[in-house]
Design a protein around this ligand. Structure first.
Ligand code: SAH
Length: 214
């Protein structure tokens, strides 16, 4: 049953305090984390773990990202209402829901068929309707829906995919964890047609961004 109770809300407020103490400041982002019922994005047997600030297995060898990481990446995007945001790695849809709470128009790509089908069906059931969820390869982005105000990659990328850079608006931001075993959180801002500015924000660990669909 898709139930969100006061107990869950209390646990979420506690989670918000935790990520605040780790450095998340943006009010809109904290508000979004306080609203999205993360326990519904996980299998029911794991509900007790839903409001710990940890990643968790969601099947198909993938994980739902740690709330702190979701908040950190979301903060870097500086989302304004109606921004067009592309997410690479739909996974459980948790990050997608956080983006929708911020009133972004969300496009999301997932390469695992099983997760794609499950999450596409699930999100509208809990009131989160993305503009589009696509089964495909995030390395290619979504040229038909480009350009984007922001692109967020939620898997560890060995390098920055060129296609994603070309699908940013001028002024648009790409937030991407770059690296093999450990990833450096990287923000790339498109300053001009061929001009990009790079900022780095420390180490994170993600499941790898993979080629080929399955
Ligand atoms: N945003 C998700 C995080 C899921 S983990 C959440 O909040 O739950 C990363 C996801 O990226 C996995 O679901 C994985 O299948 C997906 N992924 C990996 N490589 C990909 C690629 N090349 N294109 C699109 N998705 C990819």
């Amino acid at each position: 049953m898709l139930l969100d109770t006061n107990k869950h809300k209390g646990l979420r407020n506690h989670l918000v305090e935790t990520i605040k103490s780790k450095g998340i400041k943006e009010k809109n982002v904290l508000n979004a984390i306080s609203k999205v019922p993360r326990h519904l994005f996980m299998d029911s047997g794991f509900i007790d773990f839903a409001y710990q600030d940890k990643p968790f297995p969601i099947g198909a060898d993938q994980t739902i990202s740690q709330p702190y990481t979701v908040a950190f990446q979301t903060e870097l995007l500086e989302i304004k209402p109606n921004d067009r945001i592309l997410e690479i790695g739909t996974g459980s849809g948790y990050q997608t829901a956080v983006l929708i709470e911020l009133k972004a128009e969300v496009y999301s790509i997932e390469r695992q068929k099983e997760l794609f089908l499950k999450t596409k069906k699930f999100l509208p059931k809990v009131g989160y309707v993305p503009k589009k969820i696509e089964f495909g390869d995030g390395y290619l982005g979504l040229p038909d829906a480009a350009p984007f105000d922001g692109i967020i990659v939620t898997a560890g990328a060995p390098s920055v995919p060129k296609a994603l850079l070309s699908q940013l608006k001028i002024g648009g931001k790409l937030v991407i964890p770059v690296g093999e075993d450990v990833q450096v959180m990287t923000l790339i801002v498109r300053k001009g047609e061929k001009e990009f500015e790079k900022h780095e924000f420390g180490d994170f660990r993600f499941v790898p961004m993979l080629k080929e669909k399955n």
